[in-house]
Design a protein around this ligand. Structure first.
Ligand code: HEM
Length: 227
């Protein structure tokens, strides 16, 4: 019964927006955890590699090797698919409802962040694909050694082009979280004006922490702080 209710809600525009908000929240939760874990790179090779191994032994002995990690991966992948599919469907609905051609392209009541949500999202999707090929599968990382996550991290950012791409992508990630985190409160019906400054402040702080933290990694390798 509950599943039917969720599917019926999903068919509506507001249902798709709720799906975007919930899957987006899962993504933000992951990014905060991912940043927290990656900060161990500043403690050195051993601490960072122990963290990466800890991800795989998480939940032992109740769970087998990598099993809990796979549960997390499945949740994340589902959230990503829901987020992207809903975004594409909402964009189609938006375009279908638009008058044929504008005499002049106007951006009324939209901020820079709001306008960049769609193409920014596409860049982030491209980044995630490259990122997995780089640090999880190693196929685009010339210095890749399975099991030595620290080495792979450093080898990746020693290439200034890769480092620049990571910096650009994480700027987009920050902007995406800022706008998405903020508009989510409207979707979820929490837009009471008394709370607005708090939600906007929260979205700003989370976006800044994730963007600044993530951008610090390629910069740390480029400047030799991490090597
Ligand atoms: C400069 C910023 C980032 C750095 C340095 C970084 C670093 C890493 C590293 C080292 C791994 C491999 C971990 C391991 O095998 O144990 C990894 C995996 C991953 N990263 Fe990132 N990451 C960054 C940003 C991001 C962002 C912005 C996203 C998502 C939008 C993301 C999504 C992922 C995912 C999905 C995995 C695969 C996890 C798994 O299945 O094991 N990362 N990252």
């Amino acid at each position: 019964m509950a599943a039917v209710g969720v599917l019926t809600l999903y068919r509506t525009t507001i249902g798709k927006k709720v799906a975007m908000a919930v899957s987006g929240m899962i993504g933000i939760g992951f990014l905060l955890f991912h940043l927290y874990g990656n900060l161990k790179v500043y403690q050195g090779r051993e601490a960072f590699n122990a963290y990466a191994e800890g991800l795989r032994t998480l939940g032992e002995p109740v769970f087998g090797y990598s099993h809990l990690l796979w549960v997390a991966r499945l949740v994340l992948l589902t959230a990503l698919v829901v987020h992207v599919v809903s975004a594409v469907q909402l964009t189609r609905i938006d375009w279908a409802g638009r008058p044929k051609a504008y005499a002049r392209k106007k951006h009324l009541h939209t901020s820079y962040a709001a306008r960049t949500m769609r193409w920014g999202g596409a860049i982030i999707l491209l980044f995630i694909t490259y990122h997995l090929l780089d640090l999880t599968f190693g196929v685009v990382n010339p210095g890749y050694v399975p099991g030595d996550v620290y080495r792979n991290f450093v080898a990746s950012f020693q290439n200034p082009l890769t480092a620049a791409f990571y910096i650009l992508a994480n700027l987009m990630v920050g902007l995406h979280i800022y706008h998405g985190g903020w508009s989510m409160w409207y979707t979820l019906g929490l837009s009471d004006y008394r709370w607005s400054p708090i939600f906007r402040g929260l979205a700003t702080v989370i976006a800044l922490v994730i963007a600044v933290g993530n951008i610090s990694f390629p910069l740390a390798v480029l400047t030799g702080v991490v090597r």
